[in-house]
Ligand binder design. Structure first.
Ligand code: PEP
Length: 251
């Protein structure tokens, strides 16, 4: 299947720097030719800018979080409907930084995924184990539990999810899961999607994230069940990001 590369800017950027980065992305030939699919998830304050620069290209864009509520007295929250006003295609839910620093539970993440789907936005459901969990041999149990909560909440809509396996110990650390390590987890997630959605689970995309770089992208993307990447740090560097897009197009 065609690979999907998603950049996660996290809490980085400003109007001037974004403009340069977005203009570079807009000119990317691998995306323009349709050789790979690509998106950028930016802070909500910049969604209007993303829409302005990218709407005439094949790029898609997204947000990094969404409220579990529809509307009302939830100061500081941004609803799925509001994101939809900016034509967002994707929203990250359950990123490990949200689970770690904002105490997001599996059930909250599932509610956010539901809200996104109801608004016509594809949730990118992030799952992944901490180093301690890996060392205790709990990796598969943790990722299955995190994905099961979402599948249970969204039912037949599970076919519309994108899943991102992001080992917490690999995010922003420069330590990457080896391709076989990542593939082993992706195979378990694939089996879970197939169990929930039948054959359709075969065409759901499962991305790898965690220090994916220009140097390791090709080897990771060559694995059977690695259908793309969720890229943090390297998505802020146009040359590195474009090498990853090239690797995705060649995979
Ligand atoms: C991320 O933020 O989802 C991520 C994978 O970050 P990095 O690529 O910097 O590890």
């Amino acid at each position: 299947m065609k690979k999907l590369i998603v950049g996660n800017w996290k809490m980085n950027g400003n109007l001037t720097a974004n403009q340069d980065l977005l203009v570079a992305l807009a000119g990317n030939q691998n995306v323009a030719s349709g050789a790979c699919d690509a998106a950028v998830c930016a802070p909500v304050s910049y969604l209007f800018q993303l829409k302005n620069v990218l709407e005439t290209t094949r790029w898609m864009w997204g947000a990094q979080d969404v409220s579990a509520h529809d509307a009302g007295a939830y100061t500081g929250e941004v609803s799925a409907g509001m994101l939809k006003d900016f034509n967002v295609r994707y929203v990250l839910v359950g990123h490990s930084e949200r689970r770690q620093y904002h105490g997001e539970s599996d059930s909250l993440v599932a509610a956010k995924a539901q809200r996104a789907l109801a608004a016509g936005i594809t949730p990118i459901v992030c799952v992944g184990e901490t180093l301690a969990e890996r060392e205790r041999g709990e990796t598969m149990d943790v990722v299955k539990r995190q994905l099961a909560a979402v599948i249970h909440a969204v039912g037949h809509c599970a076919t519309e999810l994108v899943v991102a396996y992001e080992p917490v110990w690999a995010i922003g650390t420069g330590q990457t899961a080896s391709p076989p390590q990542a593939q082993a987890v992706h195979a378990v997630l694939r089996a879970q999607l197939v169990a929930a959605c039948g054959e359709h689970g075969m065409s759901s995309r499962i991305l790898y994230g965690g220090s994916m770089t220009a140097a390791n992208a090709a080897a990771l993307l060559a694995e059977n069940d690695i259908d793309g990447g969720l890229i943090g740090g390297a998505s802020l560097k146009p040359t590195d990001f474009s090498s990853i897009l090239f690797a995705a197009s060649a995979a």
